[in-house]
Design a binder for this molecule. Structure first.
Ligand code: HEM
Length: 422
């Protein structure tokens, strides 16, 4: 039987929530609004507080189609809602704000650090690390799963690949939070839509933390250029037969992108994924009883959580999409968080089903040049964390869930108090 609403629909969501406002997302993903848009107005104009606006594309088929057409819908002019002038865009450009062929060249260089094979060759050290962190947390009996586990693990895991010392991971997590969570006062004093951040307009995410990350990246590069280590950073800096190494500036920008993109995305997938399992005891039991379900459970967690809510493109010419006239220069926003619940694509989309097959979700994008570079790493992080958690616990209960991130870009719960039986 199809249920009518997503069980986590916020009470505040009357079907007409303001998608652009960071405050909307403090209550949770506005599932009812996204569903209404998919049904009634799938390419819909949304006004923004600063007088600008964007086209919200909410159906799966349209999201996939526009993401594939990178020449009509460019990433060059930014991938977030924030409007940047030409100077800002240039200074803050990363892999994400490029189109082919410039994107292809850079992407080919960094791909080699994140292939499935490279990532899975780190499985054993990452599993050991996960076990150590879980043992410490579980000994507490009752604890904040985000603070003790989900916020700590992804950067430590990424650090293992990059060759970053464990002792530096906490600092990188803080910087990563200041960058990507630049709209949430818990993580930064420089809240983008509340204080004047003009002084930092040429720095990633308008955040002073961007400068610190650049400095850290530069030191790591200098150290390895003289004496390569056995790690992904060294590999990215070495010349190879299939391409030049990254320049210093490319490396710094790429490192900052990793610190932002590899940090809280997996954190919130893990947290919301655990919440989904606890909320659906039959599914949790099935996974405990049959560990071979782990891979499809991870995919369903990725779909269910779709942590990166959207990315923006800009129309390079006048276009018609879904009967709406999109003008050259208009912002066009692809709502992954909506596409993954489109009933035209997914049977019974509000049912959390760890056996869902097929499950062609867009949590990592799909069909476009920017498909998540960290997809295999994120999958492995979620898989190992769940496997090790299940191996060490007999039951998990949620005591309290509080405070969602204030961000229209990343959706997640900042604190999740759990009680565990071991
Ligand atoms: C569950 C966790 C994650 C989610 C939901 C996620 C989501 C996404 C999405 C939606 C995109 C854009 C796809 C597109 O535009 O077509 C993306 C790109 C990217 N992600 Fe992830 N990501 C996750 C984890 C990671 C991790 C762990 C890393 C670190 C290695 C990472 C690094 C990147 C990078 C560098 C890009 C840009 C790729 C490009 O422009 O070519 N992500 N991610």
């Amino acid at each position: 039987m199809t249920i009518e609403r997503h069980p986590w629909t916020p009470e505040t969501d009357d079907g007409h929530a303001d998608l652009a406002s960071h405050d909307t997302w403090v209550h949770g993903t506005p599932y009812a609004t996204l569903e209404r848009l998919r049904d009634e107005d799938p390419v819909s104009w949304v006004d923004e507080a600063d007088g600008s606006g964007f086209w919200a594309v909410t159906r799966y088929a349209d999201v996939i189609e526009l993401n594939r057409r990178w020449d009509d819908f460019t990433s060059y002019r930014g991938i977030r809602l924030e409007e940047m002038d030409a100077e800002e865009t240039e200074a803050r450009r990363t892999l994400m704000e490029l189109d082919p062929p410039d994107h292809t060249r850079l992407r080919r260089l960094v791909n080699r650090g994140f292939t499935r094979r490279t990532v899975e060759s780190y499985e054993e050290p990452i599993r050991e690390l996960t076990g150590d962190i879980l043992d410490e947390a579980l000994a507490l009996g009752e604890f904040d799963f985000v603070g003790e586990v989900a916020r700590v693990l992804p950067m430590r895991m990424l650090g293992r690949l990059l060759g970053v010392p464990d002792d530096d991971a906490a600092q990188l997590v803080d910087w990563g939070d200041q960058l990507l969570s630049n709209s949430d006062p818990e993580y930064t004093d420089h809240v983008v839509d509340q204080v004047d951040t003009d002084e930092f307009r040429l720095i990633p995410f308008r955040s002073p933390a961007g400068l610190e990350v650049f400095r850290y990246a530069q030191e790591a590069a200098i150290e390895r250029r003289g004496c390569p280590h056995d790690d992904v950073i060294s590999r990215l800096l070495e010349p190879t037969t299939d391409g030049e190494p990254l320049s210093d500036l490319e490396f710094n920008n790429f490192f900052a992108l990793l610190v932002a993109a590899g940090n809280d995305t997996t954190r919130y997938s893990l947290t919301e994924g655990l919440r989904a399992l606890v909320d659906h005891p039959d599914q949790f039991r099935a996974l405990r009883d049959d560990p071979s379900l782990i891979d499809s459970a991870v995919e369903e967690i990725l779909r269910w959580t779709t942590v990166t809510t959207h990315f923006r493109r800009t129309a390079t010419s006048d276009q018609e999409v879904g009967g709406r006239a999109i003008a050259e220069g208009d912002k066009v926003v692809l709502w992954w968080a909506s596409a993954d619940y489109d009933q035209r694509k997914f049977d019974d989309p509000y049912r959390f089903d760890i056996r869902r097959d097929p499950n062609d979700h867009v949590a990592f994008g799909r069909n476009g040049p920017h498909l998540c570079l960290g997809a295999w790493l994120a999958r492995m992080e979620i898989r190992i964390t769940l496997q090790e958690l299940l191996a060490r616990t007999t039951e998990i209960e949620i005591v309290h869930t509080s405070d969602r991130l204030r961000s229209n870009l990343i959706s997640g719960t900042k604190h999740l108090t759990v009680r565990v039986g071991t």
